[in-house]
Design a protein around this ligand. Structure first.
Ligand code: SF4
Length: 371
């Protein structure tokens, strides 16, 4: 990242929970020739900026499709980025006139919503999956556009968890500050800020080691609420305002922070299971073996290394079911519709339903996508 990009980077990070659109179409990095790679992404400002940064010093085309200003994974999972958007980007951008090799590299995390075969049928462009994470793109390109097995796995490193903490913490603190400061003064605001920072930063810093699944979410968040409340109480005591009025503000803000985080841990944080749709009725990915032809498209798009190819039987095996986050990418991409979701109550959601509908904000498959 260049220094003069820093303010925009900070702005886009703390406001990343809101859609932030940039223009769609074809962009150039360096001086791409007719053999340059064409990399697709969505029109979320932060993603496009980061993709440019990762490709700096190379010659490439970036094809920006309309993801409604939302990041690729969330947009594809929520029906805001589909193959229709990719097809539209290819047709309207003029990319076909710029390259000899008719191939688009798709972000792996778009596999929950983008059916790659439909892109080829409609445009004649071949597609291939890139790595799950942007920083692995240079190695992928240097290797002749081949993804290493480890690059398919989604990771959630510390600095990205801190970005998530900033995404929740900064706007909450600003809104809370506007309410608390006029009523309780700067001392109370300092205590509320201490509580919020303790809870939000603490949860995201320790997330890989925390239990946040069904049965554990509220005890975990409750423990952080008590911790935040305790830190804020110490601040109030040090500032000489340890009385019932300020304590009430601190208690309310601690509960609010935990409530907001619970929504995130329910399903919007990458790499951790989405419990929002399975809390009372857990689902698992299910393979209909007779239908499997061993195409292994599912293996290429799984961000959790759940699936593997059984070479002897020439069929896919569900090797690590406990790792599945029910993202649906494998189900959407299987050419034989051999994968589906099976719920604990015995009900089954077939591939066609997964393809035709996406998750809404409360985790129900009710968002239709066009045929
Ligand atoms: S196995 Fe689970 S985590 Fe992997 S792609 Fe399928 S639904 Fe997603």
């Amino acid at each position: 990242m260049r220094l003069h990009d820093l303010p925009a980077y900070v702005r886009d990070t703390v406001l990343r929970m809101l859609p932030h659109r940039t223009r769609t179409g074809l962009r150039r990095v360096g001086h791409p020739g007719r053999d340059a790679p064409v990399l697709l992404t969505g029109n979320f400002t932060l993603t496009v900026r980061r993709l440019r940064d990762v490709l700096r010093g190379r010659d490439a085309f970036i094809l920006v499709a309309d993801s409604r200003g939302i990041n690729v994974w969330c947009a594809a999972g929520g029906g805001h980025l589909t193959h229709h958007d990719v097809i539209s980007a290819i047709r309207t951008s003029g990319v076909a006139d710029q390259v000899d090799r008719k191939e688009v590299i798709l972000p792996q995390l778009s596999a929950t919503g983008v059916e790659r075969r439909k892109i080829t049928e409609a445009t004649g462009f071949d597609t291939r999956w890139g790595p799950a994470r942007l920083e692995d793109l240079p190695a992928f390109l240097d290797r002749g556009r081949r993804v290493h097995k480890d690059e398919r796995k989604m990771r959630f490193p510390f600095w990205e968890r801190m970005e998530m903490a900033a995404m929740w913490g900064v706007p909450t603190l600003v809104i809370g500050g506007l309410i608390v400061e006029p009523l309780g003064g700067l001392t109370v605001l300092a205590a509320v800020a201490a509580s919020l920072v303790t809870i939000v930063v603490g949860v995201f810093a320790l997330l890989p080691w925390l239990k946040v699944g069904p049965g554990w979410r509220w005890p975990t968040l409750g423990a952080f609420t008590v911790l935040g409340f305790g830190v804020a109480s110490v601040v109030l005591a040090l500032l000489g305002r340890f009385t019932s009025g300020p304590m009430m503000w601190v208690g309310a803000s601690s509960l609010l922070s935990a409530g907001i985080l619970s929504a995130d841990l329910e399903g919007t944080t990458p790499s951790y299971g989405s419990y929002i749709n399975t809390f009372h009725n857990p689902a698992s990915v299910d393979l209909v073996e007779e239908k499997c032809t061993g195409a292994a498209d599912c293996v290429q798009v799984c961000p959790r290394d759940v699936l593997q190819m059984d070479g002897k039987r020439r069929k896919v095996a569900i090797a690590r079911p406990d790792q599945c986050i029910q993202c649906g990418a494998c189900v959407v991409q299987c050419p034989e519709s051999a994968l589906r979701f099976r719920y604990a109550d015995g009900s089954v959601v077939e591939a066609e339903t997964i393809r035709r509908t996406r998750m809404n904000m409360v985790g129900k498959r009710t968002v239709p996508v066009p045929d």
